[in-house]
Design a protein around this ligand. Structure first.
Ligand code: SAM
Length: 401
């Protein structure tokens, strides 16, 4: 049997992720019209080349898989995977679930950030939306523009080559903003160019871990605030300017001899308490509660692992912690610097555990635009009126604000 758009629409229907009215849209837009000849399904090393394996390529295109289409901002050209996946056709079920949150209807003006192949913009156009889609890579933008025109959506979609964090005022005000690249700081332009009551759906996360959660923000009447819940645990390649900032966190290796000269303490927590799978709530919640910190879990074969924590250097020096979990000995915790990062993680874990281990769906974010043009991001628990105050965050001690 030949697979095609109907196969994908039926698959998404079986997974129960299709918003009402979108089955025909997924059945109408051929993903093969957007996906290039060379793809790496699911971020793996296994290149699928349409010219060598047309059947395998087609099966991948109409499966529910993310397909990497570019590595290392286009600098990597070989058959093997590159260092960093930098563009893809997103996983269709994730797109469908984000479209559910977006709730876009025919006639709406939609801003899409991260055009990629153009497939997502094609879906919105097939729904009858007027789409402005921004892609930072000019070559990808050109190809997506061509793909959309060939698929018959050229009139409904304007593809702009540029940095999506600046938006595109000429196409606004937008009733919907759909972002398909991971965000760490919501740009002011998305609020300023949205219509009052607009919905912004974006993958958002903290520096703590690489995962994201889809966030559904509703813009306030004055367009200076937007607030809403996290709806879906996911992982996106990040906005180009918001990739993990190595300069902020320093060298991922601790100073020479560090493990030997810091006396260890212990903890009642175990590896599985604080290091969960990429889509488990605990890592995301720890990230909300322990700001300006990167967590790097390192496994030591089957015998345990070390959770390394690195704090951002706020001008008072670098904070490092390592919690080592071994099968044959009690955990050993070492900490140095102006922040006690492990104590912060442990306090956050206890706060989370005391409240019955809430999931990502119990949290949300409010973003507000300051008079100086900066955007403040305030996570909350259960409702926007209950801002999440990091349980062990002693601002006076670390000199933050
Ligand atoms: C996951 S892909 C988009 C998937 C796409 N919506 C689709 O399914 O075909 C993310 C895209 O965001 C783009 N991107 C990254 N940073 C960006 C920025 N600042 N402005 C616009 N696009 C950006 C990347 O080049 C990449 O093509």
């Amino acid at each position: 049997m030949t697979v095609g758009p109907d196969t994908l629409a039926a698959l998404l229907k079986r997974k129960d992720v299709l918003p009402a009215g979108w089955e025909s849209v997924f059945g109408m837009v051929a993903r093969e019209d957007f996906v290039p000849a060379r793809i790496w399904p699911d971020d793996t090393d296994a290149l699928l080349d349409r010219d060598r394996d047309p059947e395998g390529w087609r099966r991948a295109v109409y499966s529910d898989r993310a397909l990497v289409t570019q590595w290392d901002d286009g600098r990597h050209t070989g058959a093997a995977a590159g260092r960093l996946a930098t563009s893809s056709a997103s996983m269709p079920s994730t797109l469908a679930e984000m479209l559910y949150d977006l709730d876009a209807a025919a006639g709406m003006r939609v801003l899409e950030i991260g055009t990629g192949t153009g497939y997502g913009a094609g879906l919105l156009a097939a729904r009858g939306c007027r789409v402005t889609s921004i892609e930072v890579d000019p070559q990808l933008a050109r190809r997506a523009r061509e793909n959309l025109a060939a698929a018959g959506f050229g009139e409904l979609v304007e593809v702009v080559a540029g940095d999506g964090t600046h938006g595109h005022p000429a196409g606004g005000p937008y009733e919907r903003v759909q972002v398909t690249a991971g965000v760490r700081r919501v740009p002011a332009a998305w609020l300023a160019q949205a219509a009052p009551g607009a919905v912004i759906v974006l993958p958002w996360g903290t520096d703590y871990a690489s995962g994201d959660c889809a966030l559904r923000l509703v813009v306030g009447p004055d367009r200076r605030t937007a607030s809403g819940p996290f709806t879906l645990a996911t992982a996106f390649m990040k906005l180009r300017a918001q990739r993990p900032d190595r300069a902020r966190y320093g060298d991922p290796e601790p100073p020479e001899g560090w493990l030997e000269w810091i006396p260890p303490s212990s903890t009642m927590l175990g590896w599985d308490d604080v290091v969960a799978g990429p889509f488990d709530s605990v890592g995301f919640v720890l990230g909300l509660c322990v700001p300006d910190c990167v967590a790097r879990p390192v496994l030591h074969g089957a015998h345990g692992g070390t959770l390394w924590l690195y704090g951002a250097d706020t001008g008072r020096g670098r904070s490092i912690a390592a919690a080592e979990f071994r099968a044959w000995a009690p955990p050993a915790v070492r900490q140095s610097g102006p922040r006690r990062l492990w104590d912060e993680v442990e306090a956050a874990w206890r706060w989370w555990d005391d409240r019955g281990r809430p999931t990502i769906h119990d949290f949300g974010l409010t973003v507000s635009l300051g008079d100086d043009g900066t955007v403040r991001q305030q996570p909350w628990h259960l409702c926007a009126e209950r801002p999440l105050i990091p349980p062990a965050h002693d601002w006076a001690r670390i000199g933050g604000g």
